[in-house]
Design a protein around this ligand. Structure first.
Ligand code: SAH
Length: 264
């Protein structure tokens, strides 16, 4: 069995992070002892009595920079002296990093220990990047105020795919990106709402046909919204046939809805 994953977060706003990890799936994963999440206040590792963790940028210009010493001290305290004891990643959240995606979430979910460093203001002293981290991760090409929200994004997506976290009903295999496609559409009760009905096939109990319908819809969603994803995955002959049909229909008058006899 996989060892419990340990996640440490170093931040100057521990309360922001604490609130999020106390809720929903992250809470449950901790209760089930699948993951342990520790939050560390960077100010506790400051060297002076005023707990100063930031300073001006050498060379001038507006904006403060997180000092290196408290970050090094925090990381060293967390990982102990023997640096290579566990399979570990030390991740700096940064808009300059590798863009995060589901593949990276899967990769990180195989580790035993993830340590996140949240920057703030102008960011962190470059010596942290040069000497301390194993990964620099961005959640997209835009700039946020701090690394707390990005850390939460990464942690949430990693923890939900750890074995045993989601129960069968909530399984993630069909989620968007997990197998390269977008998800198929979902419907729930009531069957009829404001004169709009759920596709009848979904009520038929015919699991083989439902599986096929869902695959078609996942392919259609992906073709409509993210055709770039189709370039990156290996498709079966049947998938390719469905796509060719969809593309044919698209050519004529937008994408026509796929319809089984049951839907009519
Ligand atoms: N001056 C920096 C931005 C600093 S933003 C630059 O232009 O590169 C302050 C902090 O917010 C960063 O240190 C980082 O931890 C976090 N942050 C901002 N945008 C982010 C993003 N897209 N992904 C991950 N972290 C981000």
């Amino acid at each position: 069995m996989k060892k419990k994953m340990v996640i440490d977060v170093i931040t100057i706003f521990p309360k922001m992070v604490e609130e999020i990890v106390k809720k929903s799936i992250l809470k449950r994963a901790q209760q089930k002892n699948i993951v342990q999440i520790n939050i560390h206040d960077l100010r506790d590792f400051a060297l002076d009595k005023h707990s100063i963790v930031d300073d001006y940028s050498y060379g001038g210009g507006a904006g403060m920079v997180l000092k290196p010493e408290p970050i090094f001290r925090a990381v060293e305290r967390i990982i102990g002296k023997k640096k290579r004891k566990r399979k570990r990643r030390i991740i700096l959240l940064s808009p300059q990093g590798q863009t995060f995606n589901q593949a990276k979430a899967k990769e990180l979910s195989r580790e035993e220990h993830l340590l996140f460093i949240c920057g703030h203001y102008e960011g962190v002293d470059e010596r942290v990047k040069e000497n301390l981290i194993t990964d620099e991760v961005s959640i997209g090409d835009y700039v946020l105020t701090g690394g707390e929200l990005p850390a939460m994004v990464v942690i949430d997506s990693v923890v939900r795919i750890l074995p045993g976290v989601l129960n069968k009903k909530e399984s993630f295999e069909n989620d968007s990106f997990y197998q390269g496609l977008l998800d198929y559409p979902h419907y729930t009760r009531p069957r009829r709402f404001r004169r709009k009905s759920v596709p009848v096939l979904l009520l038929s109990g015919n699991h083989a046909r439902i599986r096929k319908w869902r695959r078609q819809k996942a392919l259609k969603n992906t073709l409509d919204k993210r055709p770039d994803l189709l370039e990156k995955i290996i498709l079966s002959a049947e998938d390719r046939k469905i796509l060719d049909e969809l593309k044919g229909k698209k050519g004529k008058k937008g994408i026509a809805p796929i319809c089984f006899p049951e839907c009519k």
